[in-house]
Design a protein around this ligand. Structure first.
Ligand code: ADP
Length: 243
């Protein structure tokens, strides 16, 4: 693939809610093939930024480009077709459907040429294999432990065959074993060339997994760089102490 080194770039990205500047002029570059973490105190604008990236919110200002293409005005399903997959902070699955049926929903990319059911199932099983749940495909989502539900959400996003995966707090609510499994899964996905942009609160996890960190406070980027540099940056420490 000969696209630009940065798969995602925002310029002056802003999202205001009335007078509140939830995201306030953010410049961001996410390198292709990297794991990039977005951190910051509660209310600093992380989820809002992710929602602007996935197209759930129209930005108040600024631009978003994916592999050099301006996607600022694309709707969520169009971004999905362009290669942006995402998961939500609060799991959004159909609890009364099977794991497979939930993942099949992600395999049907709106706007993409219609695929036969066999091809969709193949892609769904491939995604389930990745997260280690292929042998549980027929189980109902509602009966699964929480950690597995999170994996189903990731599998559903993977079934859309994304190049950029946006994860909103994938480690939230996971126990230490599940967190370790998640770290290993993210490493495997990265090994397959996927770019991962994630929000996380768990600094130990971020330090283990992220190649690059961007820190928000009051909707502005206050620091960016490697975990080593960012987590000892005085402005970052001050922002977290003020929480
Ligand atoms: P974080 O994810 O870092 O905790 P959020 O992006 O959820 O932060 O929120 C940033 C700010 O925007 C907060 O002050 C929050 O109350 C506000 N906010 C978020 N979503 C909305 C919304 N839909 N309408 C109004 N205000 C919102």
């Amino acid at each position: 693939d000969s696209g630009p080194a940065d798969i995602l770039e925002t310029r002056g990205l802003a999202k205001h809610f009335g007078g509140l500047r939830a995201v306030d002029g953010v410049d961001l570059k996410v390198e292709r093939g990297s794991v990039h973490a977005l951190i910051g105190p509660n209310g600093s604008g992380k989820t809002t930024l992710l929602n602007v990236l996935s197209g759930l919110y129209r930005p108040t200002g600024g631009s978003v480009s994916l592999a050099g293409r301006d996607i600022t005005r694309l709707a969520p399903h169009e971004r999905c077709a362009a290669g942006v997959g995402r998961t939500f902070q609060n799991i959004r699955l159909f609890r009364s459907l099977s794991i497979l049926d939930n993942v099949l929903i992600g395999a049907q990319r709106p706007g993409a040429p219609a695929k036969g059911e066999a091809a969709l199932r193949e892609r769904a099983f491939e995604a389930l294999g990745f997260v280690g749940l292929a042998d549980k495909a027929s189980e109902l989502v509602g009966s699964l432990p929480y950690g597995h539900q999170r994996l189903v959400e990731i599998a559903r996003a993977l079934a859309g065959n994304p190049t950029l995966l946006l994860l909103d707090e994938p480690a939230a609510g996971l126990n230490p074993t599940e967190k370790q499994e998640l770290v290993e899964l993210l490493r495997r996905l990265k090994g397959h060339g996927l770019t991962i942009f994630l929000i996380d609160h768990d600094m130990a996890m971020v330090e283990r997994i992220a190649d690059h960190i961007t820190v928000l406070n009051f909707g502005k980027r206050i620091a960016e760089g490697t975990p080593r540099d960012v987590l000892r940056h005085p402005a970052v420490i001050a922002a977290y102490l003020g929480e």
